[in-house]
Design a protein around this ligand. Structure first.
Ligand SMILES: *[C@@H]1O[C@H](CO)[C@@H](O)[C@H](O)[C@H]1NC(C)=O
Ligand SMILES: *[C@@H]1O[C@H](CO)[C@@H](O)[C@H](O)[C@H]1NC(C)=O
Ligand SMILES: *[C@@H]1O[C@H](CO)[C@@H](O)[C@H](O)[C@H]1NC(C)=O
Ligand SMILES: *[C@@H]1O[C@H](CO)[C@@H](O)[C@H](O)[C@H]1NC(C)=O
Ligand SMILES: *[C@@H]1O[C@H](CO)[C@@H](O)[C@H](O)[C@H]1NC(C)=O
Ligand SMILES: *[C@@H]1O[C@H](CO)[C@@H](O)[C@H](O)[C@H]1NC(C)=O
Ligand SMILES: *[C@@H]1O[C@H](CO)[C@@H](O)[C@H](O)[C@H]1NC(C)=O
Ligand SMILES: *[C@@H]1O[C@H](CO)[C@@H](O)[C@H](O)[C@H]1NC(C)=O
Ligand SMILES: CC(=O)N[C@H]1CO[C@H](CO)[C@@H](O)[C@@H]1O
Length: 870
């Protein structure tokens, strides 16, 4: 772990709400500050882990909470209720100057993954913030864990033992996939934590492929195949340059702590404006002009003695190679061809007679040089960088250095911490070879013992990676959570259910109903309602309170004593199907908790009444916002967000619970919208838990949405839901009923007709005319592509709902980025007040919490989504 970067976090005062606003209104995220030379990262994920609110730093950067980043990052939101997500409120134990990011943490007791969309491949900064906050049930100082990307091990068996140190780790990784994941893997019997994460694009030109090898002076090729950890980044001869003043949100430390003979060093500086960049070579993205505008040089007295090196020493970890980048800019000479000096790294000559004049052809012009220092050349645990007078040549006796960066390079195991690969394979000197050596030395007599030893090693060996992999694979989305608790309770419920003969009487035997209520009480999932309370809540089931009718009976809007509005489903005792659906729904909902599933508040089972009580969804069914009512129409972005929410709910059903669950009745009337237009999937009356790969069952579902394959074969799979969801997607795009008997025969069925029209290139004739002009064509393309795949005849050809979800999110990003490009005023003007009301409404639907997060969603979106605008 070394001493690298400790305490590199820079001081920040607490930002008050007032400050939040002023920062927001009058300054813009880092790129804007840097003016012309700015780089707006196409990927810019800033996450304050474990916080409930977004966090605005003084420099204007906004870190979103990982709870409400759901529009950007997919979440398995089951985690919200979990003990693993803990908000820590201990501002007292932190240095007052520390970044607010350190004030909350998220704790993982199992392997957990953050997954990010990567719209543009290339180099990425990955920045991690750690601080072991005190916590009642977790001693974060004792946490031991690993952190990995898909290919690179960033931290292995890592722990933060010192609770007076803020730890900041910065990496540069190359990403060539459209997804990037960051995995937190606790060691056995331990857990992991993280305070904040940045995943931000780095300029493509940042690292070129070649450098000079210090020990051989040869060329080192293939740098782009390495991952790097930033060990040091020094602005030599000048002050700290904080992230908001850098072109790529980097922090540059002052060099004093590393200067070995500071007495011999004089600082030089010029105004940053006077720094020029050459046509080829250094650019503002390599280092901002403020780095080149300051330098260390020899003090006059030392110059006259001619024999003095300026020297900096930085502790590093042995057994890694390092990329060392030195920045030069001749701001000390009066004219060209006066300054010649030597550059040494670990007492080896890096460059002799470096002549900046011939490199840059002008004074005050930026220049940098990359060196690779081989692991074998680091024998004492540090790197020394020196510049010194070249006594052989004429000119001024001086030497300068403007900046230096030291970056650890990934090793044979693709690791930046240890010799284990991401798969847990050990790449060091083989321990088995060692054992064999022992065998040879000790002789045959001990061979058997040694063999045993080998066997043990092998067994441990096998166990390790598998065990660490298994963890939890509920979903690839952000923050998966164990469903173990659910499972154990589920099985007990299952057994009690099968032992009680539920269908023997109208509502099942008393015994099974007791089992149900017992289940609820032990789990605290729902509340038991006395029937009288529900009578009161609905004014004795007043017909005027009816908001829907289902197979089992009617749904009423009720108001509980505390004023909470709820939807109350009252079973119809005369309907056998109703009872079945009723029990299925109770069964399903009691094990499912997800932000995008309508949740059950409680129930009542006073004979003969059986009533379910749900959260009330103020905006009703999605369909009524599409057609057939006078409600205002939804924008394309809102529709996308609702579809994404519904897809997430279905994805959770298919993959998130102990068993895969097939909804079987996906349609726009079963997608309900809450007061913020957050979509929730409802009506589990027909749902089936899948025990085996296929379930053969009587065909049920809704006409127009029904999977033709399921209809033919009666084999039910998750892909039937995917089909229905594909129909929903076209219904949303076209805003017409899926079956419309009044139309000419070939147009009656939406799914058939839309595919037909699409094949003829006539899709535009079908699109909802109210929004057609606002849909970005790329977004539309992606969306239609996804919808079309869902409607494949054969289930196997259809994507999983997870893939559909992914594509919808991508379509949303494309729409977002397009609106940023076409409406630049939205970006530069502040995003609160000058937008039209329609747009503002959309933002509310993004914000999943009511705490005003919509304010910043806009900016964050513009940063994240603006990947086309470069
Ligand atoms: C921005 O930089 C480019 C070259 O880097 C230059 O040509 C242009 O004039 C600059 N624009 C402004 C507004 O400074
Ligand atoms: C979240 O932010 C809102 C308003 O910005 C504030 O009222 C609330 O106290 C914050 N909550 C927390 C937990 O900091
Ligand atoms: C944190 O704790 C302090 C007192 O210890 C309290 O005043 C403050 O409201 C708490 N903040 C949050 C966000 O809970
Ligand atoms: C923790 O860090 C502080 C400051 O960095 C240092 O003074 C102290 O010795 C460290 N404690 C341990 C146990 O390493
Ligand atoms: C890293 O990215 C560069 C371009 O950004 C690419 O040429 C190179 O092949 C990548 N390396 C790896 C290992 O993916
Ligand atoms: C400067 O450092 C190099 C390498 O460490 C050394 O060979 C040289 O003698 C030093 N020069 C002076 C003047 O000390
Ligand atoms: C470096 O590697 C060598 C041999 O692989 C090993 O003996 C040594 O302990 C390692 N050093 C460190 C600091 O890990
Ligand atoms: C995790 O899930 C992915 C995709 O769902 C699958 O390919 C992979 O094999 C799973 N891993 C484990 C360890 O179950
Ligand atoms: C039977 C069973 O495992 N019940 C458990 C259900 O979950 C609660 C708390 O999560 C446990 O206390 C019960 O033992």
């Amino acid at each position: 772990m070394g001493g690298e970067n400790k305490g590199a976090a820079k001081p920040q005062a607490v930002s008050s709400l007032c400050l939040v606003f002023s920062v927001f209104l009058f300054s813009f995220p880092n790129s804007a500050l840097a003016g012309n030379s700015s780089f707006s990262p196409p990927i810019n994920y800033l996450i304050d882990c474990g916080s409930t609110n977004q966090t605005v730093l003084q420099d204007g950067r906004i870190f979103k909470s990982d709870h409400d980043s759901t529009s950007l990052l997919s979440t398995n939101e089951e985690v919200q209720a979990s003990v693993d997500s803990v908000n820590l409120n201990v501002s007292s134990s932190l240095p007052p100057s520390s970044l607010p990011l350190y004030r909350t943490a998220r704790i993982f007791s199992e392997k957990s993954t953050y997954t990010f969309h990567i719209p543009k491949t290339g180099p990425l900064w990955v920045r991690l913030y750690f601080f072991p906050l005190p916590h009642a049930s977790y001693d974060l100082k004792s946490a031991v864990f690993s952190v990995q990307t898909d290919r690179i091990v960033l931290l292995h068996d890592f722990s933060v033992r010192n609770d007076s140190t803020l730890l900041f780790k910065e990496y540069l990784v190359n990403v060539s996939d459209s997804r990037f994941s960051l995995k937190f893997m606790p060691n056995e019997n331990s857990f992991a934590f993280i305070n904040a994460i940045e995943v931000v694009s780095a300029p493509d030109t940042l690292i070129s492929d070649s450098a000079t090898t210090v020990s051989t002076h040869g060329e080192f090729k293939g740098l782009s195949h390495y991952a790097f950890q930033i060990s040091y980044r020094l602005n030599v001869g000048g002050p700290q340059i904080p992230p908001n003043e850098d072109t790529s949100s980097r922090n540059w430390e002052p060099d004093n702590p590393y200067n070995i003979f500071p007495d011999g060093t004089g600082d030089a500086s010029v105004p940053a404006k006077s720094i020029k960049y050459p046509e080829t070579g250094a650019t503002p993205l390599i280092a901002p002009s403020s780095v080149y505008a300051t330098a260390a040089q020899l003090k006059d007295a030392q110059v006259s003695e001619h024999n003095f090196n300026l020297s900096w020493r930085m502790n590093v970890e042995s057994n890694y190679s390092y990329l060392i980048r030195m920045h030069f800019c001749d701001i000390v000479s009066k004219s060209l061809n006066q300054l010649y000096f030597n550059v040494y790294i670990n007492e080896m000559e890096g460059v002799s007679d470096l002549d900046l004049s011939s490199e840059t052809k002008a004074l005050s012009t930026a220049f940098y040089k990359d060196f690779v220092l081989d692991a074998s050349a680091i024998t004492k645990g540090y790197i020394t960088v020196q510049v010194g007078v070249d006594n052989l040549l004429q000119g001024t006796k001086n030497a300068i250095l403007n900046g230096v960066e030291v970056m650890k390079m990934s090793n044979v195991a693709n690791s930046l911490d240890g010799l284990f690969t991401v798969d847990g394979k050990y790449m060091g000197p083989s321990s088995i070879t060692n054992v064999l050596k022992i065998v040879a030395a000790v002789g045959l007599g001990l061979a058997a013992t040694a063999m045993l030893f080998i066997a043990m090693i092998c067994i441990r060996w096998r166990k390790r990676p598998q065990g660490s992999d298994k963890g939890n694979n509920i979903s690839s989305w952000l923050l998966p959570l164990s469903s173990a608790k659910c499972k154990s309770n589920l099985s007990s419920y299952k057994s009690s259910k099968s032992s009680g003969s539920r269908r023997s009487s109208k509502f099942g035997s008393r015994k099974s109903k007791n089992a149900i209520s017992g289940y609820f009480t032990t789990n605290g999932i729902g509340r038991f309602f006395p029937f009288s309370e529900l009578q009161q809540a609905t004014k004795n089931f007043d017909e005027n309170a009816v908001i829907g009718v289902g197979g089992f009976g009617k749904v009423y809007l009720g108001t509980l004593e505390d004023g909470t509005k709820v939807a109350i489903k009252r079973g119809n005792p005369s309907s056998e199907q109703g009872i079945n659906e009723f029990t299925t729904e109770l069964d399903m909902l009691s094990k499912l908790r997800h932000r995008h599933l309508v949740s059950l508040i409680g129930f009542c089972d006073e004979d003969p009444e059986m009533v379910l009580v749900y959260e009330y969804m103020a905006n009703g069914p999605f369909r009524s916002h599409l057609y057939g009512s006078n409600l205002p129409h939804l924008s394309w972005k809102q529709r996308l967000e609702i579809c994404i929410g519904a897809a997430r709910g279905l994805h959770y059903l298919h993959t998130g619970a102990a068993q895969s669950i097939i909804h079987r009745d996906v349609k726009t009337t079963n997608i309900l919208l809450d007061e913020n237009f957050v979509a929730k999937v409802s009506d589990f009356g027909l749902s089936k838990a899948v025990e085996k790969a296929y379930v053969s069952t009587a065909v049920k579902g809704s006409f127009g949405y029904l999977d033709p394959e399921y209809y033919r074969s009666q084999q039910l799979t998750e892909k039937s839901d995917v089909y229905s969801f594909g129909v929903v997607l076209f219904e949303v795009l076209c805003a017409r009923p899926v079956i419309c008997p009044k139309l000419p025969r070939e147009e009656v069925n939406l799914a058939d007709w839309v595919m037909h029209q699409h094949q003829r290139g006539m899709l535009h004739t079908m699109i909802d005319p109210r929004i057609i002009d606002t849909i970005n064509s790329e977004s539309l393309k992606k969306y239609v592509e996804a919808a079309e795949k869902c409607l494949h005849d054969h289930g196997v050809d259809r994507p999983s709902i997870g893939d559909v979800l992914w594509n919808l999110e991508y379509a949303l990003q494309l729409q977002e980025s397009a609106s940023q490009i076409h409406a630049p005023e939205d970006k530069s003007a502040n995003c609160i007040d000058f937008r039209n009301p329609d747009d503002r409404k959309e933002d509310h639907s993004i914000a999943s919490t009511s705490d005003g997060a919509d304010l910043t969603d806009v900016t964050l979106f513009s940063q994240i989504a603006n990947f086309q605008g470069r």
